[in-house]
Ligand binder design. Sequence first.
Ligand code: ATP
Length: 238
Amino acid sequence: RTAPALLEIEDLTSSYGAVRALDGVSLTAEAGRITAVLGANGAGKTTLLRTVSGLVRSSSGRVTLAGEDITTASVESMVGRGMAHVPEGRGVIAELTVHENLRVGSLFRGKVDKSEYDRIYDLFPRIAERRDQPAHVLSGGERQMLVIGRALLAQPRILLLDEPSLGLAPRIVAQIFGLLRRLVDSEGLSVLLVEQNARSALSVADVGVVLNLGRVVVTDSARTLMADEDLRHAYLGF
Ligand code: ATP
């Protein structure tokens, strides 16, 4: 291979006390692709993202970003290296306005040009309409758009997304995933998407990685995984 993969996870293991949540996980997220990590509740998906972004310390294994070892890099340094993590749960600051919440996304950078906010508002017209309203008035889908927009303000090369579809209507999920697809196809963004909603995730992803009890069961093209009925029934819940 000529260039290293954008994000390479090798033999990653991490535990919470005696619970081994990740047990030798290896996977690759290529540039310009959506890589979906799928699996049931408790498979280790959230722990994977938390370990990659430095919130949980691995007990062994290696993570590299564009060939640079980031296994023990701090959470704070990840943004500067081009990685933005959108955790599960859509953490907006309820009392702040939508625009103020977006500004939080620029804190780790120098001055952010107005045009960058305009770009986020162009991507998410629903958010633009509510820019001066407190974030607590937003619907779940709007909150998800806001936290994705906030992460995009950090100008990441790769976006780590934890369960963005959780609790959202299918129409809103399709809208958000469609937007991710456009950003990947037209702006070279890369996405590592963690989802329990495997059907929706596989419909937007290029590659799927199925986790079960902290281990990778299979990695293949989204198309191939979608066509595998036994796999879908055994691990993907549809
Ligand atoms: P979910 O969809 O519920 O987030 P998941 O696939 O993301 O599921 P993880 O949350 O990564 O799975 O959990 C993997 C394993 O680690 C599970 O056995 C879980 O009970 C355990 N675990 C997760 N977080 C903690 C924690 N803070 N303390 C102890 N055990 C934990």
